[in-house]
Design a protein around this ligand. Structure first.
Ligand SMILES: *Cc1c(COP(=O)(O)O)cnc(C)c1O
Length: 492
């Protein structure tokens, strides 16, 4: 199977190893497979008998055809081992009548980014060998908190890679800072930047596009690579857990073979929900995909009106991983529905004016599958409280946004098919806001909130966060934005 850019009308093709190594296409587009492999009902039946790693290797082998099955199986076995995912990689919890939760946060950083970032660095490491690359891939990450830690865990001691993470000195929580500054691994560096997240991100973007920097790295046997969520190597592994969830419903007798279910996803960059869409295109019996947003509801408006308009107020919410006004992976949906010509046109408009409007027939095709809802801060808190009281289930702030949206969808439409809501973080990752939502009181502090929430609910703090206050800090570096370049070269 070959890949092409979402904006390329000339049909230049790339192998999967090349697209994982490159990340973004030269024309600014995202890589997409040039055909969608099929899962028939026989495949699904077979998949139901497999372990998670076997399922993952099977699904990935349909997309990454220049990797052998044995390579993929070996990487998946390592990535999703029980020591990293003690509760299983993607367990399902029954919440209520026809309502399930797919928990994607049992990995080493207690958030769903682990599902992709535990496997993608291994795929990149092999991609270097497959493409004859002799240099080391230097991963640079600017993070507002969660992605940085997940990337550090994923790349830690992976052959052929080094990783440097920059975070805004006063822009991450105490827990997030401790998680990153205590990171293990011989190939990792973590550094605070004296500025906000935008400064940090702009600094990294500058380094990525600095020709002197590229030449210097090359001289020393390195090249820049990105752990960004637009990399196909991060997207493909996310298809697997939707297949796994459907299998779990078959195995427990909750659905009959071929019966359609709906999926609700708390959405930011549109990667997670796009993976569900690809699973549907492959033939997994999925009905509606409910795109759940917080107050930054640019996607809700897009799905409802056909106009994407990022020119709006930015809201800081308690679901920060969804505080996004440009959802990069939406470009792939536009491509699948409308093709490269239209994608190129709309993305140029987005760049120029911050908005675009799709044609009526494109909008119609999108809404055949997608519905958009959003939950503001009050609705999010109320979902955390309500789900805990009614279903004895403790959800994090991002998951709560989706639970609220799933509820409104059902009331609005009367569609009573099963809804699986993707749960993207452990409630302990956002313990302060979860505690406040349950009690209307402030915890003593960010760190103390972990124990206070545990005492309140009787639910144990998950292993990646337990005893975080006692971890040994390895990295105390901090630099000005103007010093980021020197920091990177010094650490090589
Ligand atoms: C990244 C993230 C999301 C958003 O996922 P996308 O794939 O960007 O839509 C939602 N919740 C949490 C906790 C996340 O870390």
């Amino acid at each position: 199977m070959m890949y092409k850019s979402t904006r390329d009308i000339t049909n230049q093709k790339f192998s999967s190893a090349e697209v994982i190594k490159k990340g973004l296409a030269d024309d600014g587009g995202l890589f997409v497979p040039d055909e969608i492999p099929v899962l028939n009902s026989e495949d699904i039946k077979n998949l139901c008998r497999m372990t998670y790693s076997e399922k993952a290797a099977f699904v990935l082998s349909k997309f990454l055809t220049d990797y052998t099955y044995d390579e993929l199986f070996s990487d998946c076995t390592e990535a999703y081992r029980a020591e990293s995912f003690p509760g299983g990689p993607a367990p399902m919890v029954k919440l209520g009548e026809s309502q399930y939760i797919l928990e994607l946060w049992h990995g080493p950083t207690a958030a769903f980014k682990d599902m992709a970032l535990q496997i993608m660095p291994r795929l990149l490491s092999r991609a270097l060998v497959k493409t004859g690359e002799t240099r080391t891939a230097l991963i640079l990450v600017a993070t507002s908190g969660d992605t940085g830690k997940a990337a550090l865990e994923g790349y830690c001691d992976v052959a052929g890679t080094r990783i440097t993470v920059f975070y805004p000195q006063d822009g991450v929580s105490r827990v997030q800072k401790l998680q990153m500054s205590s990171q293990n691994g011989a190939n990792v560096n973590v550094c605070a930047v004296r500025g906000n997240f935008d400064d940090c991100q702009n600094g990294v973007k500058h380094l990525f596009s600095d020709p002197d920097m590229a030449a210097e790295l090359d001289r020393r046997g390195y090249f820049f690579s990105s752990a960004n969520s637009i990399n196909w190597g991060r997207l493909a592994p996310q298809i697997v857990y939707y297949v796994s969830a459907y299998c779990d419903l078959i195995t427990s007798g909750a659905v009959r073979d071929g019966e359609e279910i709906n999926i609700c996803v708390p959405t930011g960059n549109f990667g997670n929900i796009l993976a569900a869409y690809i699973a549907k295109l492959m033939g997994l019996p999925l009905g509606k995909l409910i795109c759940a947003s917080n107050s930054n509801n640019v996607l809700t408006d897009f799905i409802r009106t056909g106009t994407y308009d990022r020119n709006r107020r930015f809201h800081v919410t308690m679901s920060p991983s969804m505080d996004i006004l440009i959802s990069s992976n939406l470009e792939r949906l536009i491509y699948f529905i409308a093709g490269a010509g239209k994608t190129k046109e709309y993305m140029a408009e987005l760049k120029k004016s911050g908005k675009y409007t799709v044609s009526d027939d494109i909008k119609k095709k999108i809404t055949e599958t997608f519905v958009g809802y959003f939950a503001d801060e009050a609705a999010t808190s109320s979902a955390i409280r309500g789900t805990h009281e009614k279903n004895h289930y403790l959800s994090d702030t991002h998951t709560a946004v989706a639970l609220s949206c799933a509820d409104i969808y059902r009331k609005d439409t009367g569609d009573n098919r099963i809804i699986i809501t993707a749960s993207t973080a452990s409630p302990y990752k956002f313990a302060g806001d979860v505690y406040r939502s349950l009690t209307n009181r402030n915890p003593a502090g960010d760190l103390e909130a972990l124990d206070e929430l545990s005492a309140l609910t009787g639910i144990a703090v998950p292993y990646p966060l337990a005893g975080i206050g006692n971890r040994k800090v390895r990295f105390n570096d901090s630099v000005e934005v103007s010093e980021m370049k020197d920091y990177v070269t010094e650490k090589l």
